[in-house]
Design a protein. Structure first.
Length: 159
């Protein structure tokens, strides 16, 4: 049977493909008027996903990093005022899923994404298998995770 015309859905990209797709990133842009109400004036760096992953990979066992610290490191690297909050968080999420994808293939050297926390030391429910899996991995690494309301966070995460 011959099929002609029509739109066929594109093949779904893997997490690893998404991680390695920079699409013109990183780039530094001026903070627009609408953005300035929230972030002030200056410039914002929109990182490449692989750069966020690279910072996450450098976090040693027993240590933790927050998305805000990753944003600050990126801003410093590119001499920007801030790192873009939304894309940095999204790219950390992509890095986490790419790491799990690699783990499923039997790779051992994966990004320790569970060491990356949201603001205030909060666990990330959007990571693979949710905050509960991140909690288990962090506790195995010697961290104390406590629940406050609906959120879990690492006690003394700043240290």
């Amino acid at each position: 049977m011959k099929i002609s015309g029509g739109n066929f859905p594109a093949k779904k990209r893997t997490w690893c493909q998404k991680l390695n797709d920079s699409e013109g990133l990183p780039k530094v842009e001026k903070i627009t008027d609408t953005m300035s109400r929230r972030w002030g004036t200056g410039t914002v760096v929109i990182p490449a996903p692989i750069e966020v992953d690279g910072i996450m990979r450098k976090i040693l066992a027993g240590k933790l990093v927050s998305i805000n610290e990753i944003r600050a490191a990126l801003a410093k690297k590119y001499k920007a005022t801030i790192g873009f909050p939304m894309t940095t968080g999204i790219f950390a999420w992509v890095a986490a899923h790419a790491a799990e994808e690699r783990k499923q293939r039997g790779e051992k050297d994966i990004t320790p994404y569970w060491h990356t926390l949201k603001t205030g030391g909060v666990l990330n429910e959007k990571y693979p298998s949710g905050a509960e899996a991140q909690k288990e991995l962090l506790e195995r690494g010697g961290h104390t995770v406590v629940q406050k309301g609906k959120e879990c966070f690492v006690l003394n995460y700043e240290k």
